[in-house]
Design a protein around this ligand. Structure first.
Ligand code: HEC
Ligand SMILES: [Cu+2]
Length: 333
């Protein structure tokens, strides 16, 4: 059966293994690895410190008040006069503090609203129940992948966010703020990574039964590696050569092409992840399982056990069909 959280396959940055599927993305929400999240993280710490300080001051005053009043029964203490100056000072201090915090928050908002310079890459991300379509480039060099964003390290990247069905939200705690993907609207969110690595993202707007299994990964790579990845993804799938892969391709056209595309073949479905280079992905089904030859076939035949309710049906295959299809999928690297 499926191995949840198994080790990564090859060709991915170093810390990929430590981010094996199944690990909670929210464990990273107090980390920042880029300029789109640094100011927000600092703001969070400043607000948390101020709130803690206020709690401590109130607690101390409460304790002092309790003991002072208990000792003396001086009617003057209870008169309004002694308290009013304190109320004035208290109001003035909190007004100044709250105004200061508001200004600081507006400054932070302005700093994270737009990238500091023109984006180096623009990626269109479309949220589906329950996976992410990721489109690079317009025109002839266009290609599409799923649940995986690759970006060059140290460069601002613009993400245009769309939704194909309901409202979802895009969030990579390490790299970006949270932005909703709304049907009929194109929202903008920028991401930038200061160091190479794999950063987990997650849908953060409840969108139906498999919302929890709607994760993705951002691969921040040095420019040269990023370019290599782009070039590999742009190429169409290799043409099946052996009898078995030819049979597998035919089966794919018959059973899978209504939903899936493999560029370079006749399969051109648009309702599901593009499978042209499915083997190049570390995880499948929006972070649900690790990608491997065995898991792929397990997925195809037992989808509804692995991700119940998802919009792909269990595919009933004879053992011979499964072998042919598996051989064909193995060519989609
Ligand atoms: C009715 C439409 C439909 C059909 C038919 C279909 N699929 Fe899918 N498939 C989907 C959808 C939708 C997803 C995304 C599921 C998710 O992640 O929740 C998916 C996901 C996948 C994935 C995971 C891709 C990734 O990167 O996460 C693979 C592999 C896959 N399908 C293979 C197949 C194969 C092989 C066939 C034919 C035997 C097939 N599918 C038939 C709709 C379909
Ligand atoms: Cu969701």
């Amino acid at each position: 059966m499926i191995q949840f959280g198994a080790q990564a396959n090859s060709g991915v940055p170093d810390n990929a293994a430590s981010l094996a599927s199944g690990q909670t993305p929210l464990a990273y929400f107090l980390h920042s690895n880029g300029p789109a999240t640094d100011p927000v993280l600092h703001l969070g710490w400043v607000l948390a410190s101020i709130s803690s300080l206020v709690c401590v001051i109130i607690a101390i005053m409460l304790v002092i008040g309790m003991f002072r009043h208990r000792k003396r029964e001086d009617p003057k203490l209870l008169s309004a006069k002694g308290g009013t100056s304190f109320v004035y000072v208290g109001t003035a201090v909190s007004t100044v503090a709250l105004l200061g915090i508001s200004v600081y928050m507006l400054v932070v908002l302005a700093r994270v609203a737009d990238p500091p310079s023109a984006p180096a890459v623009t990626i269109t991300v479309t949220a589906y129940d329950w996976w992410w379509k990721v489109d690079y480039d317009d025109g002839p060099s266009h290609f599409s992948t799923a649940n995986e964003l690759h970006i060059p390290v140290g460069e601002p990247v613009l993400v245009l966010l769309k939704s194909a069905d309901v409202i979802h939200a895009f969030w990579v705690p390490d790299l970006s703020g949270k932005t909703q993907a709304i049907p009929g609207v194109i929202n903008r969110q920028w991401v930038q990574a200061d160091r190479p690595g794999v950063f987990r993202g997650q849908c953060t707007q409840y969108c139906g039964v498999q919302h929890a299994h709607m994760a993705f990964e951002v691969y921040a790579q040095p420019r040269a590696d990023f370019e290599r990845w782009m070039t590999a993804q742009r190429s169409p799938a290799s043409v099946p050569a052996s009898a078995q892969t030819v049979n597998g391709a035919k089966l794919f056209e018959k059973r899978c092409a209504g939903c899936h595309t493999v560029r370079g073949s006749k399969s051109a479905g648009v309702q599901a992840p593009d499978l042209t280079h499915v083997l190049s992905r570390r995880l499948i089904a929006a972070g649900t399982i690790v990608n491997s030859q065995e898991n792929l076939m397990d997925w195809v035949q037992h989808v509804q056990e692995i991700k119940p309710g998802t919009l792909m049906p269990d595919m009933k295959l004879s053992p011979a069909e499964a072998r042919d299809l598996s051989a064909y999928l193995a060519t989609l690297s």
